[in-house]
Design a protein around this ligand. Structure first.
Ligand SMILES: [Zn+2]
Length: 394
């Protein structure tokens, strides 16, 4: 019997199966039987007119059926059918078609240096205007990201942050000024971004990203940009990106060195392909402990902003499957090949991580001797802040 591989974002509609055996003599027949068995999946794959949706690609073994006999392509025992939803411009969920965007006279003037470039032009600028980007954190990486994405005309920018501006932030978090000390980073960042470009919509999400809210937050955006500096959030962002099918534009900084790549994009590797599990707290120093060169997040944040804009425009060669390493002291860039790990616990063929984990509380409770650890509301961060300050944080 032919085998059908179900991609991660669609598994929720197929009883969480990653593979199903389905009878049929053509690709169309197999998909018909499949979507008859899983009605929810039908809505994802087919339009009301019964046509395969344009953002869903179907492969027979390693060939796109569009280049074979489409749905009439014959199948035999042992064949593998893969459903490959495109995630450019959104997850494979049923959405109302976006309103056609237009540019006002002022916007045409504002973006004139983009409009005269063939790589952007009117089409690209409208793509930017219709794009929805979620930034996790309004700190060192979030500062250049927020300012340049707003300036470039990214139409809707969400920010997740719950921190306030501290004097020690000003050395690198240039989106905040001296008079912002003590203000919410969300308010300070949004003010700066609106001052740069009043035409962009900014959504303020005043919360810590957690296993409870991540999937809900991510679903409204096309691209997630990770500007966090701690492992629990980094794994949450990665897993939530894989589970929702959104690209994860990743950057990290430490002292004089930075890294950047694009994870979980069109079958490319994810963070867990690289590092399946986070290190226990205390093993790897944070910026607060190890220090960071103030200029460094500017460079890395702008590489993330560049990749975000390229993803929106669908131009150029993305940092997918490539880890860019930057050494500011040596002023040297290096590149490592990243491969998708077929055994990856979240994006591999047989995932063991099928829902989000709050590592923050996970480690603490395990250390305290609890064996059956489940998520608790607000996470350990809330516990540490509000209940017991002795509880260690990352
Ligand atoms: Zn992976």
């Amino acid at each position: 019997m032919p085998k059908v591989l179900i991609p991660t974002p669609l598994r929720q509609y197929a009883d969480k199966h990653d593979t199903v055996d389905m009878g049929g003599t053509t690709v169309g027949e197999v998909l018909h039987t499949l979507t008859h068995q899983y009605q929810e999946l039908r809505r994802q794959l087919y339009s009301d007119e019964g046509k395969l949706r344009s953002f869903v690609n179907v492969y027979l073994n390693d060939e796109d059926i569009r280049y074979l006999k489409k749905e009439a392509t014959p199948v035999k025992d042992g064949d593998t059918i893969s459903i490959v939803p495109s995630i450019a411009g959104g997850a494979p969920v049923v959405e109302a078609p976006p309103q056609p965007a237009t540019l006002s006279k002022e916007e045409i003037l504002r973006y004139s240096r983009h409009l005269i470039m063939p790589e952007v032009g009117m089409e690209g600028q409208l793509k930017l205007k219709q794009a929805k980007v979620l930034m996790i954190g309004a700190g060192g990486l979030g500062a250049p990201l927020g300012m340049y994405l707003a300036a470039a005309g990214v139409g809707r920018i969400g920010i997740v942050d719950f921190d306030v501006v501290d004097f020690t932030n000003l050395q690198r978090q240039v989106i905040h000024g001296t008079s912002d000390v003590g203000r919410k980073k969300l308010d300070s960042a949004a003010d700066t971004m609106h001052e740069i470009n009043p035409y962009v919509q900014i959504d303020k999400h005043e919360t810590a990203l957690s296993s409870e809210n991540a999937l809900d937050l991510f679903k409204d955006y096309d691209i997630i940009v990770d500007g966090t500096d701690n492992f629990p959030t980094r794994y949450l962002v990665n897993d939530a990106c894989v589970l929702t099918g959104k690209p994860n534009v990743y950057g990290s900084i430490f002292r004089f060195e930075g890294q950047a790549t694009v994870f979980a994009y069109q079958g490319g590797p994810c963070y867990r392909c690289l590092y399946p599990e986070p290190p226990p707290p205390g093993l790897v120093p944070s910026c607060a402990e190890g220090g960071v060169l103030g200029i460094l997040p500017g460079t890395i944040g702008l590489i993330q902003a560049t990749e975000t804009v390229k993803l929106i425009l669908q131009k150029g060669e993305l940092l997918v499957g490539r880890l860019l390493l930057y050494d500011a002291l040596a002023m040297r860039f290096r590149e490592l090949k990243l491969r998708k790990n077929p055994e990856c616990p979240v994006c591999g063929a047989h995932p063991t991580v099928t829902k989000l984990i709050d590592y923050q509380q996970f480690w603490f409770l395990k250390q305290a001797g609890f064996k059956k650890v489940k998520n608790m509301k607000g996470g350990i961060l809330a516990w540490s802040d509000k209940v017991d300050p002795k509880v260690p944080k990352y």
